[in-house]
Design a protein around this ligand. Structure first.
Ligand code: XMP
Length: 522
């Protein structure tokens, strides 16, 4: 394992991605991590960049014990300055912030170990710089192994102590040979074996789950038909078989035919022990007359917890009579980016909307959390799904919000309004798939607006509702751009919706980016 200590750089996650791509497992922890409290023995440490200057009063500081671990350390950008600072080097604010391409000359001569970090790289090479401070003196015992026109100490190394520092960012694609440099560090210098694969992850995780849950323990988890909960459920099934109980709550605001589809895919195809609970009336009843988006979310979240809890208690009772142990664990499909977000030394970022999750369950039911995906990124979850033979269509499904169509029927949520939004959405997604665009788009849906517009059909005047289509491209769902559909596809979608969905006489396309708009309308 490689330990990455994060000082808050926008590129830190990329370091993790690169190292894992080599087949080497790594974990990123906040830079404030106490080294004595580490739960594993890293074979090497990488210090990330940071938006701070080492001179800032509140600049993040690394536990200097990291340099006594006896394993190689690589400091990147701020990480280099932090390293130099610890060993008495001198850091100076630049006259100007250096940002962008630079040419790195590699000093190959005179240093016996020099080729370890730049092994196989002759230089000069193109590198990406993004910093305000830079080194103006190397600490004692360090050699200069690379320099640029403006940065005489752009790369330094202390051979005996296995300490390395680079001013540029090897993790970004703007440093074309960056991968090679990181690989040299991980493989040659830290001597990590490159054998971390999805298969080895599955074996390790199954073993871990079995140990945690024990031979009789039981686990319960909610599934939604989305990729994360499905893959997590599939892994649980693999680890403990029918002692894992999946619950699908039909809240009355799911997509067309959703329950049947999930039953088919998770229950019949993947053999997961699945219970479908029809609570549609209860949810829709409580949503009557409610128009405020936040209240809709709260009602759905709380009702969900209530239903889920009572169903788990039922399962608990039933299985206890059958001689099983108590249900002690709750499965959650938490991913690595959520974990990083909540452990960052800067604290979790502010939420703009309350996102519905099942966190409230833990206190009431005294359940402990089990999170088998907490070390993975989204695309790794997809890969895991593939290895576990989860349906391709499901693996590539767009995300769907917990409160479902309730936040896509603007204004009051009634069964007839849900039916209109649902039918329009189904046609929209169907046409996107037929056009071969589904995977190019990050998320698409149709929403029903709470306004009426005049139209004409035959020689009759109509006065009906408006459907808005949303489709966005994004990598992180924090910012997003609207998708530039070809006109003929929009035309086809609009024709079909107006002709096939009763109660709609107009279709509009949303051309707002996020920010300032959000992806959902409520
Ligand atoms: P916004 O609308 O905030 O959406 O730009 C960003 C992403 O989050 C999803 N979303 C939710 N997911 N519960 C969820 O589970 C929610 O209440 C919720 N609200 C928004 C949204 O679909 C998009 O993918």
């Amino acid at each position: 394992t490689i330990l990455i200590l994060d000082f808050g750089s926008q590129y830190s996650h990329l370091i993790t991605r690169r190292v894992r791509e080599f087949g080497v497992y790594c974990e990123m922890l906040p830079c404030t991590q106490k080294i004595k409290e580490l739960r594993f023995n890293p074979k090497g440490v990488i210090l990330s960049g940071s938006p701070y200057s080492v001179y800032d009063k509140d600049a993040p500081r690394v536990d200097s014990e990291v340099f006594n671990l006896g394993v190689p350390v690589l400091g990147i950008c701020y990480g280099l300055q932090e390293l130099a600072w610890n060993f008495g080097g001198s850091v100076e604010p630049c006259d100007h912030r250096e940002y962008g391409h630079a040419i790195l000359n590699i000093n190959h001569q005179g240093h016996p170990f020099i080729n370890r970090l730049f092994d196989g790289i002759e230089g000069p090479i193109q590198v990406w710089m993004s910093h305000g401070d830079q080194l103006d003196r190397a600490p004692e015992g360090f050699n200069v192994i690379g320099h640029t026109l403006t940065a005489p100490f752009a790369a330094i190394a202390h051979e005996e102590k296995h300490l390395f520092g680079i001013q540029f960012h090897p993790e970004v694609t703007h440093t074309p040979l960056g991968k090679e440099i990181l690989k040299n560090f991980v493989k040659n210098i830290c001597e990590c074996e490159m054998n971390w694969t999805m298969e080895s992850f599955i074996d390790k995780e199954i073993e871990r789950i079995r140990q945690i849950v024990g031979p009789n323990g039981q686990v319960v988890g909610a599934v939604s038909g989305g990729v994360d909960s499905t893959v997590a459920a599939r892994l649980m099934k693999e680890a403990i078989g029918d002692r894992f109980h999946a619950i699908l709550v039909d809240n009355g605001v799911m997509r067309l035919n959703e329950c049947e589809t999930v039953k088919k895919v998770l229950g019949d195809h993947l053999g997961i022990n699945l219970k479908v609970v029809d609570a549609a009336d209860m949810f829709l009843d409580r949503l009557k007359g409610v128009t405020d988006p936040e209240r809709k979310r709260k009602i759905i979240g709380n009702t969900f917890i209530e239903v889920f809890e009572s169903e788990s208690l039922k399962i608990d009772q039933e299985t206890k009579e059958g001689g099983h142990g108590q249900i002690e664990y709750l499965l959650q499909g938490t991913l690595y980016p959520d974990v990083i977000e909540s452990i960052s030394f800067k604290g979790p970022s502010a939420t703009i909307k309350t996102h519905h999750n099942v966190g409230g369950l833990l206190e009431d039911m005294k359940l402990k959390l089990i999170e088998p995906l907490r070390e993975l990124f989204k695309d790794e979850v997809r890969e895991l799904g593939k290895v576990l033979k989860v349906d391709e269509d499901l693996i590539w499904r767009h995300p769907f919000p917990g409160p479902g169509i309730a936040i896509r029927v603007l204004g009051e949520v009634t069964p007839s309004q849900v039916a209109i939004a649902r039918a329009a959405d189904h046609i929209y997604i169907d046409e996107i798939k037929k056009a071969g665009l589904y995977r190019k788009i990050s998320q698409a849906y149709a929403a029903l607006l709470p306004v009426k517009a005049v139209g004409v059909m035959g020689d009759r005047r109509t006065y009906e509702q408006v459907i808005v289509l949303r489709a966005v491209e994004t990598t992180d769902f924090m910012t997003a751009d609207w998708y530039p559909f070809p006109y003929d596809i929009l035309k086809k979608i609009s024709n079909r919706i107006i002709n096939e969905v009763k109660g709609v006489n107009r279709v509009v396309y949303d051309i707002s980016s996020k920010p300032p708009a959000t992806i959902e309308w409520e």
